[in-house]
Design a protein around this ligand. Sequence first.
Ligand code: GTP
Ligand code: MG
Length: 443
Amino acid sequence: MFDTLSERLRKTLGNLSGRGRVTEADVDAAMREIRLSLLEADVNFKVVKDFVANVREKAVGAEVLQSLNAGQQVVKIVNDELVALLGAGDRTFHLQGNPAVVALVGLQGSGKTTSAAKLARYLVKQGRRPLLVAADPYRPAAADQLETLGRSLDIPVHRAPPGTPVVDIARGGLDAARRLVRDTVILDTAGRLTIDEELMAEIADVSAAVKPVETLLVVDAMTGQEAVAVAEAFKDAVPLTGLILTKIDGDARGGAALSISAVTGLAVKFMGTGEKTDALEVFHPDRLAGRILGMGDVMTLVERAQEHVDADQAAKAEEKLRKGQFTLEDFLEQIQAVQKMGPMGQLMSMIPGMGGMAKQAQEAVDRGELKRVEAMIRSMTPRERREPALINGSRRRRIAAGSGTVTSDVNRLIKQHAELQKLMKQLSGGGRKAALGAITGRR
Ligand SMILES: Nc1nc2c(ncn2[C@@H]2O[C@H](COP(=O)(O)OP(=O)(O)OP(=O)(O)O)[C@@H](O)[C@H]2O)c(=O)[nH]1
Ligand SMILES: [Mg+2]
């Protein structure tokens, strides 16, 4: 979502930090660029105005410009201001009460049901015992959707016959939670196409009846500034405690995500980064700022790896790499493991210094390059995977035919694998520096 903005900001800040001396005019030029970048990313104009004014004041006011690393200090000021902008409001996720009640509200299709399931999965990981409640009395299909998600996660779902008043469903959910010894109730409420009084009254009734400790508004980041307007309207009508911003993985310009907290004063507590139930992130403003400014987000990357990668398997792969015994079979395993961690472009943007390659990497994946590599390795015999040296001309033709590729693709894969082997031998032998040079010198 932040690709274009990120690219532009990185360029502007790169120019600045590369300078020996920074003058007030340099700062002003950079601020003009940043202002334009933010406006084009659809950030609320008032938010942009304040942001640029704050950065400028801090950069020009103090002794920053006299210092030797003035450029870097200005970059740091931009980063700090961005963190402040993203992090407005109280981000604590409260779970007091037994059961603790969390209500999800929002417009139709914003991602309430999906987010309810994601949140339940997240809570199970925290050691809690959630119960999902289908608090949509109008569409039986809505309850079916939640039930399917609940079943796939092994989390119980409470539902009531169609037409049951929503307040009764919510109360029934609390009873069910006590009966089933569940400590958290997640209410998935019905959405409407527009903000209407009936919807607001219904949410207010549920709030009064079961007193949720969290009432989170689910907003679709793809709708841009409309999302900000929706949040403002809901905030005036019901007691919201925070936001879940969904579809951050989409290709909207990101302005909503950047302005919504600053405009409404409501904290973003979680973000949805994909359709699957594991695609939910606790919102960390500093990490998102790092990703946007191309400084990476190592913390999230490590957490993703911890969640998805088997530590033993990873250690074994590393050992093999070091010994130069990393076969194509291991290569295939690693490709699969990394893909479980998330879309390639997202992962690349979390690695410091690699942000600039995120788009290319994702495009390569979208073109099916990883799939082709997988198909080629699958078309090899186990022995060929272990000893690629065996793969002669006729075998190459067979592998290409079996995987729907051409022999030059197979050649390239085998060559890349051989290069990787060589590189790793250099890395584990004393020639670490030379090998790193070889890596960074490429491309
Ligand atoms: N890419 C992406 N898709 C999402 C995300 N969250 C939800 N979706 C998709 O958005 C669509 C609507 O999601 P739902 O969870 O059904 O939305 P809802 O708010 O419950 O909709 P109603 O109950 O009809 O009001 C589905 O196709 C979801 O898969 C997200 O974070 N990323
Ligand atoms: Mg729904």
